[in-house]
Ligand binder design. Structure first.
Ligand code: MIC
Ligand code: SF4
Length: 639
């Protein structure tokens, strides 16, 4: 046999379809996870499906994104999530316990299992040898209801690692190197599978950094083998019995292979405003720095923060810099506190934030006007930090510490000797912040006034007509479509209200215009909808009347979200036609029968152009039914 690791796990979980690249497949899902800002909708959707209890092996609900509780709305969301978890058999991770991906890796991830999460960085668990995929909340709700997860079978790209990292080169630099080569769309419809002699030199948290940020290439997921290193990690968590050896066959066939010699990887940094805008740190040395933020699901493991503590020990943060630290989990923080390393971080002058996403999604710590902010995070889209004029760079914890100490971008190799980081054979494990559901649930699910029922959707009509409400360029992210930050994120359970913020920083008149015109079209470039899995970026435009998006190409999760909520995703057959459409043009097309080849008439210009509706029959059925929720409800009503 010449089977890749990804194919082995997929074979075991194949519920429908043929495992050939490009074919539609249905995957059986073992674990699901949600987080607060996508979770409220996911559970409202799950409730609407009428299924009494989750049907997965394990479903988890985390509260990690918005924890500011500026007013009742955010706190009401948390209370709803706790109640609904207890009612339907979902394990609840209380606010303050940490970031979903970090905690799942520590306490629940298992080699050979599948995970579907309503967060785009769900592939973090690929560091444990899982097939872990990010999706919209509705797809995760469907998986909780026992439905397979449908996707296009990706091709499997091999990433061969050789050698070992040199001092001050980090797992983050490995994924930045991969991003430099692949760009933010080079991974679309691919699984990045790591193999080769370099794999065993990387600990599980380092592997998880790499699979986490593989998301930024657009990949469906990324995966590492499960080996002795995996066993050591599981043993340190008291979970050695959950270990399973899993690798690709020696002669496994990949659709393509790229090779990274770890020994040649040097400290890298992604410049504003895209994770693939990667340069050597030495190329931008000397740039003055105002803020350094260490944390996020990419770089907040015990290993990362032990490195930070060792590098900061006995030193002081530059007075020009504000350094924040958010550990990925309460477990990480407790272990740092017990070993005394937390004191080294505090004494150096760091500001300790709550365990959670925090500044990564604009929940506090917005930088000052025009600031340069160095972050160990995974996304630096313009404005995501909360400050439109900020220049956000992405780098390793080592490079972040160097910037914090010297007050300017500095090659971390200047710090001196590289500390030897050893991870404890047994970490302190303390699970009391999880609530394991008891059966039966006797209470009542409490919903605050901000939690509004889901809007109702009707099937796609036979003819779509309207104005081009907005024309965008390439790589528009879901942060552009619907921004993060505590103000907008506290509206995640209230579609009518959150809709007012659609494209707020791209064109502040968008929402009003869309409503006034009775909806219309959006025209996009390549990779439309990259980034976050937030289905609000489809649901809110739908609420405003958006009928179709015509783009050169789409990002995977956003495309699925558009279909799930009944917005027709169309691609230009001839990409040149993009130039011939302008904002304000009146378009019309006949979509009767949802044929693959369609013709759009641009009335004012007296021209027409071809577009493709590149969807499977199953996806077309969803459009016909008025979206996925209606389709699933109908199915469960029949049973
Ligand atoms: C993100 O990193 O953009 C988020 C916030 O985690 C999102 C989820 C969300 O929008 O709630 C993601 O990556 O899917
Ligand atoms: Fe949270 Fe940032 Fe990770 Fe998204 S990328 S899950 S906001 S830490």
């Amino acid at each position: 046999m010449s089977t890749t690791l990804a194919e082995k796990i997929i074979t075991h979980h194949l519920a429908e379809g043929k495992m050939e690249p490009g074919e539609q497949i249905g995957l059986k899902i073992d674990h699901t996870l949600t987080q607060d800002s996508t979770g409220t909708l996911a559970y409202l959707e799950f409730e609407a499906m009428g299924v009494p209890r989750v049907k997965t092996k394990l479903s988890l609900s985390f509260v990690d994104h918005n924890m500011l509780q500026n007013d009742f709305r955010n706190a009401d969301d948390h209370r709803y999530l706790q109640d609904v978890a207890a009612k339907y058999g979902v394990v609840f991770s209380r606010p303050g316990n940490g970031i979903c991906h970090q905690i799942h890796l520590e306490r629940f991830a298992r080699p050979g299992y599948t995970l579907l999460g309503s967060d785009s960085h769900t592939p973090t668990a690929g560091g444990m040898g899982m097939i872990a995929i990010g999706a919209g909340g509705l797809d995760v709700a469907a998986a909780m209801a026992g439905e397979p997860f449908y996707l296009e079978m990706p091709s499997i790209m091999g990433v061969k690692l050789t050698g070992a990292l040199s001092p001050f080169a980090s797992a983050k630099d490995v994924i930045l190197e991969v991003l430099r080569r692949l760009s933010v769309k080079g991974g679309v419809n691919k699984i990045l599978e790591y193999f080769g002699s370099g794999v065993k030199t990387l600990s599980v948290p380092e592997r998880a950094t790499i699979t986490n940020m593989g998301t930024e290439t657009g990949a469906t997921t990324s995966i590492f083998p499960s080996d002795e290193v995996t066993k050591t990690f599981l043993r340190s968590q008291g979970r050695a019995d959950q270990w399973l050896p899993l690798t690709a066959d020696d002669d496994a066939k990949y659709s393509e292979v790229i090779e990274v010699d770890l020994g040649k990887v040097e400290p890298l940094i992604a410049l504003p405003h895209s994770p693939d805008n990667v340069k050597a740190v030495s190329d931008v040395e000397g740039t003055p720095v105002d803020q350094v933020c260490i944390g996020s699901c990419t770089n907040s493991s015990l290993r990362d923060l032990k490195t930070v503590a060792a590098l900061l020990k006995g030193k002081k943060v530059s007075e020009k810099v504000s350094l924040t630290i958010s550990s990925g989990s309460r477990q990480v923080l407790e272990n740092l506190a017990a070993s005394g390393e937390l004191v080294d971080i505090i004494r150096a002058g760091a500001r300790i934030l709550e365990n959670g996403c925090g500044p990564c999604i604009g929940i506090g710590q917005a930088p000052q006007t025009d600031a340069v902010s160095i972050r160990t995070f995974n996304r630096n889209f313009k404005g995501r930090s909360g400050t439109q004029s900020a220049q956000v760079y992405l780098a390793s914890p080592e490079t972040a510490v160097a910037a914090a100490l010297y007050g300017e971008i500095t090659d971390p190799r200047k710090i001196g000797e590289y500390p030897k980081i050893t991870l404890p054979e047994k970490v302190i494990v303390e699970d009391s912040m999880f609530i394991f559901p008891e059966q039966p649930f006797t209470g009542e699910v409490r919903r605050g006034p901000n939690i509004k029922p889901l809007p109702k959707f009707t099937p796609v009509p036979e003819r779509l007509a309207g104005e081009v409400l907005l024309k965008t360029g390439d790589n528009v992210s879901t942060d552009d479509i619907l921004p993060g930050g505590s103000e907008v994120m506290s509206l995640r359970s209230n579609i009518p209200e959150i809709s007012k913020h659609v494209f707020r920083y791209v064109d502040s008149s968008f929402a009003d215009r869309a409503l006034a015109k009775g909806g219309g079209f959006i025209v996009g470039g390549e990779n439309y909808g990259q980034g976050s899995s937030r289905e609000h970026a489809a649901l809110a435009p739908k609420y405003l009347g958006v009928k179709a998006v015509i783009a050169k190409s789409f990002a995977r999760i956003h495309l699925a979200n558009l279909v799930n909520f009944g917005i027709v995703p169309l691609t230009f057959v001839d990409k040149q036609d993009y130039a011939a459409v302008a904002q304000g043009d009146m378009l019309e097309l006949d979509v009767k029968g949802l044929q693959r080849n369609l013709c759009v008439k641009n009335a004012a210009k007296g021209v027409a152009f071809r577009v493709a509706l590149d969807l499977s029959d199953r996806e077309k059925d969803l459009l016909k039914a008025g979206g996925k929720l209606a389709a699933i409800k109908a199915k469960h009503a029949e049973n």
